[in-house]
Each structure stands twice: as structure tokens, then as C-alpha cells.
Write a protein that binds this ligand. Structure first.
Ligand SMILES: O=C(O)CCC(=O)C(=O)O
Ligand SMILES: [Fe+2]
Length: 276
């Protein structure tokens, strides 16, 4: 979702400015707006925009939904397997997870997804799914718990990250060919966009992502975090987990172009609340 401005009504803008100038702090301004009946997400984005403060600094203080727990190095035993935490950073919160999936699971996911591939979509400003030039891969979604394998993987992630399965969106599988990529983007929804209320009505905001690599591209195809100069190598069975509660802008990331070979991933997006 792209940024836009000028969506706040002039009276509200004036009121926020006047109230802040009168000496009321941000929490007080937010509380007054909420008491007046404005939806909390809308209050936060309006206050951030009018007072020109980062939205993340407001969200961080707002008691919201569930958070994920980052896996702890060096390893976690989950579902009878050893998942190794081979690298991590804190801003943004990133963990590289080796051995999350085994070869058979990767192959079975690819086989189940292949006949259902379609041009991947992104979420448009109005909350609808759209074909997007920034994302040239082909993809498909499994429904939550659709197959025994999907259920196994969802449960494994839930245990690993300490967040119930119901907070997950359906698993998405993406397939990239040489030259295909997913340009830099945030996975969280921008609260200043008109579609925000619609996409977050069930489940609330996204809080974390897990991108699981189902094969190893011959060259290219890693996941890049351009704001912090990090590239995670796409290696079959490994994954990258990253969290961005409060709309962390350092979580900007991209599926880098595949140079040779192909790339298959499965992505799990997690929400702050159950999706049903
Ligand atoms: O392809 C990748 O490495 C990243 C995919 C991604 O960012 C997403 O599916 O949201
Ligand atoms: Fe993403």
C-alpha cells in the first residue's frame, strides 16, 4: 500500500494541533479521540501524521494484540526436530532458522502448490487483491489447516513462535523464475491507507512473517533487508523470521531477483489477533 496524505479532515487536524499546543501529551490526545469514538488505529495514524511523529513510536505504547516470541539461539527443539538459529539481529527483529522443514516437506509443498499457481497478488489501497508489477512471481494460498502437511507446518510455527495457529493467514507458496523478484515492501498494513480498516477487520495488524525456502536457487533469490544491508540466503529447508510490531520501517524487505535456477518459498504471515 502506498503512502498518501491529506486524508485527515481539516477539523480533526486543527483539533489535534490545538490540543497538543495546549500542552496535552500524545497519550492524552489519543485517549480523548478514542473517547470521542474514533477507532484506535485511525487515532494513531491521524495523530502521527498531524504531529509528524513516527507511527511506530505511538504504536509501541499502545497495548495491542499478541506478539510473537523470537526463537532463541543456538537451537530450539520443536515437533521432534532441531531448528537451529544461525543468525539474528534486533532492529529489525530477524532470525535465520535452519532445518525448519525437511526435504520431503519442501518437495511435498511444491507438488501440492504447483498445479494451483497463479500470478501473485498484493493488497491494494482499497483492501482488494490486485496484480502488481512490483511482484512478478506466481503464487497460491492454502487455506488454514488445508492438508495434514500444512497443519503440521502451521503447528510447528505456532510452537516455535509461541503464537496460536489461529493468528496465521493461510500459507502462501510463491514461485520465481530467473529475473522475477518482489520489490522492497513492508508486510504490515499502512494505517494511513483507506483499505486499512477492511484488511485488519479480522485478525488486526500483521506482526511477523516467516519466509520458508523450499529449494535452493542456483544463484540469487535471497531475501534482502535494504535498510540494514542484510541478505538472507535462500537455502532449502531454512527460513527467515522477522517481526515488526508497531509498523517497524526497518523491516523493509525484498525477494531479490533470481539469477539462475528457480525459487520456491512458503510464507506465513501472523496477525495480532485470531483471524476468526
Ligand atoms: O521472496 C522473498 O524472499 C520474500 C517474500 C516476501 O517478502 C513475502 O512473501 O512477503
Ligand atoms: Fe514480504
Amino acid at each position: 500500500m502506498r503512502a498518501s496524505s491529506g486524508s485527515i479532515n481539516p477539523q480533526l487536524r486543527e483539533w489535534i494541533l490545538a490540543t497538543a499546543r495546549a500542552g496535552h501529551g500524545v497519550p492524552e490526545v489519543l485517549k480523548l479521540l478514542k473517547d470521542a469514538g474514533y477507532p484506535p488505529a485511525q487515532c494513531r495514524s491521524a495523530v502521527a501524521e498531524v504531529l509528524k511523529i513516527p507511527l511506530s513510536s505511538i504504536n509501541a505504547n499502545t497495548p495491542s494484540g499478541r506478539r510473537t516470541r523470537a526463537p532463541v539461539a543456538p537451537r530450539t527443539i520443536v515437533d521432534g526436530r532441531e531448528v537451529r538459529v544461525s543468525a539474528g539481529m534486533e532492529a529489525p527483529i530477524v532470525r535465520v532458522l535452519d532445518g525448519l522443514l525437511d526435504k520431503g516437506e519442501c518437495a511435498a509443498l511444491i507438488d501440492a502448490a504447483r498445479p494451483r499457481l497463479d500470478r501473485a497478488m498484493t493488497v491494494a489501497e482499497d483492501g482488494k487483491h490486485q496484480v502488481d508489477e512490483r511482484r512478478t512471481s506466481a503464487g497460491m494460498f492454502f487455506k488454514l489447516g488445508e492438508t495434514p502437511l500444512v497443519r503440521t507446518i502451521e503447528q510447528r510455527l505456532a510452537t516455535l513462535l509461541d503464537v496460536p495457529v489461529e493468528h496465521g493467514e493461510g500459507l502462501q507458496v510463491l514461485h520465481y523464475l530467473p529475473g522475477q523478484e518482489y520489490e522492497p515492501h513492508y508486510d504490515w498494513f499502512d494505517p494511513t491507507q483507506p483499505g486499512f480498516a477492511a484488511v485488519t477487520a479480522r485478525g488486526g495488524q500483521r506482526i511477523a512473517s516467516v519466509v520458508m525456502y523450499l529449494n535452493t536457487p542456483e544463484e540469487g533469490g535471497g531475501t534482502g533487508f535494504p535498510n540494514v544491508g542484510l541478505t538472507v540466503t535462500a537455502l532449502a529447508g531454512s527460513a527467515v523470521y522477522f517481526a515488526y510490531e508497531g509498523g517497524d520501517t526497518s523491516s523493509l524487505h525484498a525477494g531479490l531477483p533470481v539469477v539462475r535456477g528457480e525459487k520456491w518459498i512458503a510464507t506465513k504471515w501472523l496477525r495480532e489477533r485470531p483471524l476468526r
